[in-house]
Design a protein around this ligand. Structure first.
Ligand code: GAL
Length: 446
């Protein structure tokens, strides 16, 4: 774990220098006094560690609907065993990576109707948005009360914290840069998993000649997801990090090269990608219509939990081409917004999310690993065991597509740049546009 921790520390120090730009500042609410649910005193409202016995309804908001639901449902079941008087409203908005859920959440938060707890990525998505807009309670008292300072890696706590507090409870660690394939199919097609994008491009025509799509792709956010793996491969970990602390320009030759490489890769994806969900892109690999897919390890959760496949037997994986030894990380977490309807039930929910039992119930089904250092790995399958090993040994970098490295302003603008690129396929133009939004959102200063 030591090396992973050091790298997380580096990642954190990088994120510290990012300005908290482009938030929906909105009106300051709950400023004076201590509204229901908040401890009194201090400039920053804090969660209390006791609100009495939880009863009534608890609304949990996330994008873990349908196929993405089993892990959350298991955690809710555990919650209900310990809190039988609470009725959980599992409010989900379908759409991978929260594309739709985040928009609904924004409307609700700004309209003064926060859910009791909501899913949010650790990193800039949380800090640069809802924390900067002063919509969250500081959870430091809860972390101290539960002894979490000792069981969550310090650098992960730093990622969900600022000098004013700790703002969410991480429920997992996911890996973004993974390539999935079916070993039996590769054998039949006479190819091996590519170790670089050059290797991929070298076998792509061969696959196409056999009627196989070389790389399956889905709706537009998954292109951003692919982009970050390509960027890590073309730039390497140091320069990838340098993009986020403004040390290299988005118009530098190597940054243009990322788009140029993506352009070549896009020649070998399914043409109907924009209309597919990420699960459908996984299905293409599973069903033998495509050879590879780059997706976060929720795909392992989907293949193992929903499709009943066995890792290392039915499906296999490797780091996305050119990124071996680097773990591109993200973490889902749950926060406590100001002004919730049921603070007692929300507090109990956060306790369940952060508990060892909660994490070791949720993560084996989700494809992620526990965010706690005291996890019981015997509960996890071969894929997750290998992810845990890599998380301990690899260089750690943060995901753009899943909220770690940049605030939501940049993420939204980047999605627009990507849409433009998918039409123009012009690397220079995309690099210029990316530079403009990096300046606009405070990543590059000018
Ligand atoms: C990520 C999230 C994962 C998974 C994935 C696909 O942003 O962190 O837990 O839900 O989206 O929807």
């Amino acid at each position: 774990m030591r090396k992973g921790k050091v790298m997380l520390a580096l990642l954190f120090s990088l994120l510290l220098v990012l300005p908290m730009a482009n938030v929906w500042a909105g009106g300051q609410q709950d400023g004076a006094g201590a509204p229901a649910g908040e401890a009194a005193g201090g400039a920053v409202p804090q969660v209390k560690t006791d609100y009495g016995t939880p009863t009534g309804e608890l609304e949990i908001f996330s994008w873990w609907a349908g196929d993405e639901g089993p892990a959350l449902e298991a955690l809710i079941e555990l919650y209900n065993e310990n809190n039988p008087q609470v009725e959980v409203i599992n409010a989900t908005v379908t759409g991978g990576s929260g594309v739709n859920a985040k928009a609904v959440l924004k409307t609700r938060m700004l309209g003064g109707d926060p859910p009791d707890s909501f899913q949010v990525h650790a990193g800039q998505e949380l800090i640069g948005t809802w924390v900067a807009a002063e919509r969250m309670l500081d959870l430091t008292p809860l972390f101290e009360d539960q002894g979490w300072m000792d069981v969550f890696p310090e650098d992960l706590v730093n990622l969900i914290g600022t000098e004013n507090g700790i703002w969410s409870v991480p429920v997992n660690v996911h890996r973004s840069n993974v390539m999935w394939y079916m070993p039996a199919n590769l054998e039949e097609w006479g190819v091996e998993a590519p170790e670089s994008w050059d290797d991929f491009l070298a076998i792509a025509d061969e696959l196409e000649a056999q009627g196989v799509v070389p790389l399956s792709l889905a709706t537009n956010w998954t292109v951003n997801h692919l982009w970050e793996s390509v960027a890590l491969s073309v730039l390497g970990a140091d320069k990838y990090d340098a993009l986020w602390n403004g040390e290299i320009d988005w118009t530098s030759p190597e940054a243009v090269e990322v788009w140029a490489t993506l352009d070549q890769i896009l020649d070998y994806v399914n043409t109907d990608f924009a209309s597919l969900s990420w699960q459908q892109a996984t299905d293409m690999v599973v069903e033998g219509d495509a050879a590879f897919n780059i997706m976060g390890d929720w795909a392992a959760g989907y293949m193992s939990t929903t499709l009943g496949l066995t890792p290392n037997v039915d499906y296999a994986w490797s780091a996305s081409p050119g990124t071996e030894g680097v773990f591109m990380f993200l973490a889902d977490s749950f926060g406590f917004p100001k002004g919730v309807k049921n603070p007692a039930a929300a507090l109990a929910w956060l306790k369940a999310c952060g508990s060892k039992a909660g994490q070791d119930t949720f993560n084996p089904l989700k494809g992620s690993i526990s965010a706690r250092t005291d996890t019981d790995l015997s509960k996890y399958n071969d894929y997750s065991k290998s992810a845990a090993e890599d998380f301990a040994d690899n260089r750690i970098v943060g995901s753009l597509a899943h909220g770690v490295t940049a605030n939501e302003g940049f993420m939204n603008d980047f999605a627009t740049v990507m849409e433009m690129f998918l039409k123009s396929r012009n690397p220079e133009q995309a690099a210029n546009a990316a530079q403009a939004i990096a300046i606009q959102n405070g990543i590059v200063s000018r």
